[in-house]
Design a protein around this ligand. Structure first.
Ligand code: MN
Ligand code: MN
Length: 469
């Protein structure tokens, strides 16, 4: 319809209403090709990165292939330099040095690469009725009933007394065995079925089944446990005490897969928050020399409060930034007060199957692009960073100018619950910070779902943020 045929009401509606569009309706053929290629790369990243350590290793591998070099204290830096620093194997910071001085601030993309899972306890291995199990202690906000009767993998590291380490990754290679936590059969589940969802599976029953074959020609106790240890000793050179100094993580045995007849979704373990972590990383790796220095922070421990030496609260980030600033004789605080951070973390996608916990006028929708959250938090915004109006205005402008599909969202109904991200820890450093990320269905489940369009738009949004002047 041409302009002349529109009624005054239609024209005013167009001018005044905020009417977001489904992202697929605005995508060009060229963008669609780029979207598909991006999502293939993302799926490969996910399959290679099932733990925070593997996410770091894979990020470094990709960065090195694009010419990134380790940044050491005292190193001179030039515009266009591509640098990275790994924090204890579990977090990584990367930077592309811009044309402007660091005194004018940096553009940061910060995401986390740890995901909910089952960690092994320090004394995990035991035998009961001639079956061997690992005791676990869950990490992050899991719904325990989702972790039973699914195939699981074991990934991680053991530190031996001689100072060497042993890497373990069992389950993700073809031909590998898998593990599982067994569940009750419905025939005997009458009492369990009456329990509230959160109580039906106690944490101390999340025991991973690891074997049943007894040690041959032996009369002693714990013959199955002995046979398992014998196997592990032959393969890895470890003894039972080595579990004490280990970080072994039980994660789902799911490959990242296209989901739906139209392949419009990706189903996988660990979208929260590797989907944003990968967007931050891939956008940084694709940069030329930006005006402002671009920094990508992939943090550990977000799922348990951003604590510890590898979490976002750790000074490791400040040390990296201050080492960069020292190279230009800039004060860190001056850099920080002019910096911008996009705290890139997933948000809840509106799910029509659970409509009662969402507020439909303020939810993130599948295929409507990157979801911006002015604030997160619980109840009365408790724990939120709450970005300023001016900052949200700035991000709107940057994303619109770059043609990025984005939407404004809250997590769900105010009284339904809440959540947090690394945003408040960046903001506490005197860095202007806004939350944004990919909307997710089944967040924190062993198999989470995201839309390819939203993944791609988050990558595009991150690139626009890094390139902002
Ligand atoms: Mn997250
Ligand atoms: Mn989370």
């Amino acid at each position: 319809m041409d302009e002349k045929q529109k009624t005054p009401g239609e024209l005013r509606r167009e001018a005044l209403f905020h009417q977001p569009k489904n992202g697929w309706d605005r995508l060009s053929q060229a963008e669609e090709g780029e979207l598909n290629a991006y999502c293939e790369d993302y799926k490969h990243y996910l399959d290679a990165a099932k733990t925070e350590r593997e996410a770091v290793t894979e990020a470094v591998r990709l960065a090195q292939a694009k010419g990134f070099k380790p940044f050491t204290r005292g190193m001179a830096i030039q515009p266009g330099d591509k640098l990275y620093r790994v924090n204890r194997g579990k977090a990584v910071m990367l930077a592309v040095v811009g044309n402007k001085s660091l005194s004018e601030g940096v553009n940061i993309g910060a995401a986390h690469i740890d995901s909910p899972r089952l960690d092994l306890k320090p004394t995990p291995l035991y035998e009961e009725n001639e079956m061997a199990f690992f005791k676990t202690h869950y990490y992050g906000g899991i719904r325990k009933y989702q972790w039973v009767a699914i195939p699981l993998e074991l990934h991680g590291v053991l530190a031996l007394k001689d100072g060497s380490t042993v890497q373990v990754a069992i389950g993700n290679n073809p031909g590998d065995p898998v593990f599982t936590v067994d569940d009750l059969l419905p025939h005997l589940g009458a009492e369990q079925s009456k329990k509230p969802l959160g109580e039906a599976i106690p944490a101390e029953t999340l025991n991973v089944l690891v074997g049943s074959r007894p040690f041959k020609d032996d009369e002693g106790s714990d013959r199955v446990k002995l046979a398992i240890l014998d196997l592990l000793n032959q393969k890895y050179g470890i003894v039972e005490a080595d579990f004490i100094s280990a970080e072994l993580e039980v994660v789902p045995n799911f490959k990242a897969s296209d989901l739906g007849f139209d392949r419009s979704f990706i189903g996988a373990y660990g979208h929260d928050d590797r989907v944003c972590g990968y967007a931050c990383l891939a956008a940084l790796l694709d940069l030329g020399t930006p005006e402002r220095t671009a920094v990508c922070m992939l943090a550990d421990k977000e799922e348990i409060g951003s604590t510890g030496v590898s979490g976002m609260k750790s000074a490791a980030f400040d040390t990296f930034m201050s080492d960069l600033c020292d190279a230009q004789r800039v004060q860190l605080k001056v850099c920080y007060e002019h910096s911008f951070c996009l705290s890139a973390d997933v948000t809840a996608a509106y799910d029509p199957n659970f409509a009662d916990v969402y507020e439909k006028r303020n939810s993130a929708y599948i295929n409507y692009g990157m979801g911006l959250c002015k604030y997160t938090g619980s109840r009365g915004k408790s724990g939120a960073s709450d970005a300023s109006a001016e900052l949200v205005g700035y991000v709107r402008r940057v994303l619109d100018e770059a043609g990025v599909a984005w939407q404004m969202a809250e997590l769900g109904k105010v009284d339904a619950g809440g959540g947090g991200t690394v945003a408040c820890y960046m903001a506490e450093r005197d860095i202007d910070t806004l939350d944004a990320g990919v909307p997710v269905l089944s967040m924190h489940a062993p198999f989470e779902t995201v839309s390819k369009l939203d993944c791609y738009m988050t990558y595009r949004g991150m690139k626009a943020i890094y390139e902002a002047k």
